[in-house]
Design a binder for this molecule. Sequence first.
Ligand code: FES
Length: 173
Amino acid sequence: MRSAAHETYDLEHTISAIVNRYGGKAVGLIMALQDVQKHYRYLPVEALKLVAEKMVLPIAQVYAVATFYRAFSLTPKGKHHICVCTGTACHVRQATVIVDDITRNIGIAPGETTPDGEISYETVNCLGACALGPLVTVDDEYHGNMTVMKMAAVLDKLRGKHVSVKETVEETA
Ligand code: FES
């Protein structure tokens, strides 16, 4: 079992490497936070403090950026991340049916993570590929023309074998 001292060292080491990637300059703050989020799957408070310290920024400024963008999360995200577009083009193509189905299937509302930490789920207003609606991303892969049946198969695989979702969708297409 790792000690608290080891974990503190790891955090310090990781944040130093990320901040140094952007020359320790404030202009790299958003990119650094993106890297921190990618590494930890969220923005731990201790990491934010270290970013502020190493970039010589007020913690309030770092916190303001971390809470302004929806892409950032201050709470742990699941291993897998599902995002359903509910923008106008997807909405008229029954995106809400997909949203309701996912909520019923995995038992969490948008913005939540399953208790086992496996799946995070959220909705957004537009993913920038409206012609593919209803559009869902799963672990950053785009899946257009989503249906309840395809989504159910994707969720089953995510929870069961953790195989590539792309493979799952191709199998069910
Ligand atoms: S409205 Fe869904 S991708 Fe644009």
